[in-house]
Design a protein around this ligand. Structure first.
Ligand code: 6R9
Length: 665
């Protein structure tokens, strides 16, 4: 406690401190020193296509070499390495059998209860091949979409790789999403199969997965689904539908451990991953095989400086993009040993991360600011779970992803976890970008707490105004990427128009990729700081959610007439969801309001998933609206923060409503 308090003062003083890369680290790094970084940037600036072609040849094994690097003829539907052919699973597995990594541990599975299981690259290859053959035995083939609704497991990673092996496009749905969210994704993707588990094991509890799949399929509209393949994780009691449901172990039993990879074109969709936008239903972000895999492998080398002896641990879930690029594909593509963690950071105690790092001698650790902040709190309350009680001497590099990391959390992470000797890579990127975009290079970039520093070589990130013109350093603006890059989103599944209008808006000239974040560059260093989303997308504990989605879920409740959702700053989760609700009946108060608020929270959890539950619900007779009927969200944001409204409210039709909306149910 005392330590934390004294740190607090230092933090404010140190905000502008710079942490150069440790000399020893830099000496061995893949990109060593800023000159090496600048050299790569210059190479990209001089010969953009040549730069990417060279990297694609060096980092990927092509079945058929490409001759065309970038095809811009149908922009913004860019094609990379278009006439090349490859297989992602071949690059992640077979390549490691051939290059001496066969008996190297690929995955250390750390189960919720602390049991550890190891698989080598040879074993993983055999498991993926058997799984792939099993999928083929059910008639699943190249181009089919397969939904994966599983928790963290070797089988989850195997399922993704097995799809890649046969050219099926996977769409992983996070295990915390509701039956309704799952159903929507199954329908949109037109999937032929769902791969799931009986239950998931998290924080000492068994939670349903298969039962939710049953519920989703029973909602109707999922007629394309032929098979539900079930991995037995807990052995819990589940229903089985004859003819549709099959146990994974029965299906893989007797399958050959060899499966010739299906060679696909570089642009073949490796996966679709649904993510929230500012309007409408979640978007199916479609990624390619060649460009995506190139960037996954390359950023493992550049950003994580991965070395043969590293034990790498990314704590993300395979349900999010971080679990795709930096668990399922990146680490295997470079032959790394990685931890796949089933559990939660606070079970059986809030020192679980540090204990696990010590147990497996983790050297590279990649997590989210929200986890760090909650563990800071936990170790303030209970000193036993403070990192200082664990042997973290194996660590050499730390990473952060998912949301801005505040300088206080950065400093705590740096001092207490990294023991002031490990660089921190604050990696800014998105589901749509496929991999890291703006991040320090640990052996080159001097670090500044709270800044993701500089774009990776070849990434033409810039800050512009609303007309697409460059803004000067020191001035805030809109973050864009001016040139296409290999791992970028290819389209929105089923909705190319939405792809074009969401990411390449005409207002910016139709050529710049619009990230949806605001940013500012430091006057002296040019370093980027992300200032947060500029659209109606919230970031709660690093999870992306559209305000519209939550509003639609609320309005679907029979008692709700109208709802508006805004984000409110939160110490632990970054942002918290605050919902303003108008009922069809009179505005409730006291106990009634509390009861109804609880009911609405449960309702939203059912509609979308527990991660979308509003933290606060406020009831009003109406919402603040302009005379033309537009909800004034900027006022709601002020109210959510608990601040007084000082802005101009002259366009507000019903100022009296503001008073009501100050109260939380
Ligand atoms: C990888 C991932 C993307 C949004 C993005 C931004 C925020 C992610 C960040 C960050 C500041 C970082 N974000 N990393 N903001 N600093 N290092 O998180 O993808 O779930 O699609 O979220 O997350 O707002 O636009 P995704």
């Amino acid at each position: 406690m005392a330590e934390n308090e004294s740190n607090q003062e230092e933090f404010t003083l140190q905000e502008n401190r710079v942490f150069p890369p440790p000399a020893e680290f830099a000496a061995k790094a893949a990109i060593s020193g800023m000159e090496a970084y600048e050299k790569l940037c210059a190479e990209a600036a001089t010969d953009y296509e040549g730069f990417w072609a060279r990297l694609a040849r060096e980092n990927i094994d092509w079945h058929k070499p490409f001759t065309s690097t970038l095809d811009e003829s149908n922009a913004p539907f860019y094609k990379w390495f278009g006439d090349g052919q490859l297989n992602a699973s071949y690059n992640c597995l077979d390549r490691n059998l051939a290059n001496g990594n066969a008996d190297k541990t690929a995955i250390i599975f750390e189960a919720d209860d602390g049991a550890a299981t190891r698989v080598t690259y040879r074993e993983l290859h055999a498991r993926v091949c058997k799984f792939a053959n099993a999928l083929k035995s059910r008639g699943i083939q190249k181009g089919d979409r397969v939904i994966i609704y599983m928790s963290m497991s070797i089988e989850g990673v195997t399922a993704m790789q097995a799809c890649a092996r046969i050219g099926a496009t996977h769409s992983v749905v996070f295990g915390g999403f509701s039956a309704k969210s799952l159903q929507e994704r199954i329908i949109d993707a037109g999937a032929v199969a769902v791969i799931t588990a009986d239950e998931q094991q998290r924080g000492g509890k068994s939670l349903p997965l298969k039962a939710i799949v049953d519920e989703a399929l029973a909602m109707g509209g999922c007629d394309t689904i032929r098979d539900v393949i079930v991995y037995k994780r807990t052995g819990g009691n589940i229903a089985f539908q004859e003819g549709r449901d099959i146990w994974l172990h029965e299906l893989v039993d007797g399958q050959s451990a060899e499966c010739e990879p299906e060679w696909v074109d570089a642009e073949h969709p490796l996966f679709i991953l649904y993510t929230s936008g500012s309007t409408g239903t979640p978007k199916g972000v479609q990624h390619s095989t060649g460009g995506f895999l190139l960037w996954a492998a390359l950023t493992m080398k550049w950003t994580f400086d991965i070395k043969p002896d590293d034990v790498y641990w990314c704590t993300a879930d395979i349900g999010w993009v971080t679990g795709h690029t930096y668990i399922a594909y990146g680490p295997t593509a470079v032959g790394a040993t990685q931890i796949v963690f089933e559990g939660v950071p606070t079970y059986p105690h809030a020192g679980r991360f540090w204990e696990t790092i010590a147990k497996h001698k983790v050297s590279i650790f990649y997590t989210a600011p929200t986890a760090i902040r909650s563990l800071i709190k936990a170790s303030d309350v209970d000193e036993k779970v403070h990192p200082k009680n664990f042997d973290l001497s194996s660590l050499r590099l730390l990473g952060s992803v998912g949301e801005p990391i505040n300088p206080e959390a950065w400093m705590w992470y740096y001092k207490n976890v990294g023991q002031a000797r490990c660089p921190i890579v604050d990696t800014f990127w998105q589901t749509e970008t496929g991999g890291h975009m703006i991040t320090p290079l640990p052996g080159a970039t001097p670090l500044v707490p709270g800044s993701c520093t500089l774009p990776l070589p070849g990434i033409m990130a810039a800050i512009v105004d609303e007309a697409g013109a460059d803004v000067a350093n020191g001035q805030g603006g809109i973050l864009v990427v001016k040139r296409p890059w290999p791992s970028m989103i290819r389209t929105i599944w089923n909705n190319p128009d939405r792809f074009r209008t969401s990411y390449f808006p005409e207002e910016l000239g139709g050529k710049y990729y619009l990230a949806g974040d605001g940013a500012v560059r430091n006057k002296d260093t040019g370093y980027f700081t992300i200032t947060g989303r500029i659209d109606d997308v919230l970031n709660v504990s690093g999870h992306r959610m559209g305000t519209m989605e939550i509003e639609s879920a609320l309005v679907a409740h029979p008692m709700v007439a109208e709802a508006a959702v805004v984000g409110k700053p939160d110490e632990t989760t970054g942002e918290a969801i605050c919902a303003f609700v108008v009922l069809k009946q009179a505005r409730p108060s006291g106990e009634d309001a509390k009861k109804l608020a609880a009911e609405l929270r449960t309702w939203v959890a059912k509609e979308i998933g527990p991660i979308a539950k509003p933290k606060e619900i406020r009831f009003g007779d109406n919402l603040p609206k302009t005379r033309s009927g537009k909800i004034m969200r900027r006022l709601l944001r002020v109210l959510a923060k608990g601040e007084n409204i000082t802005q101009d409210v002259s366009t507000l039709e019903n100022p009296a409503i503001l008073e009501q909306l100050k109260e939380t149910a």
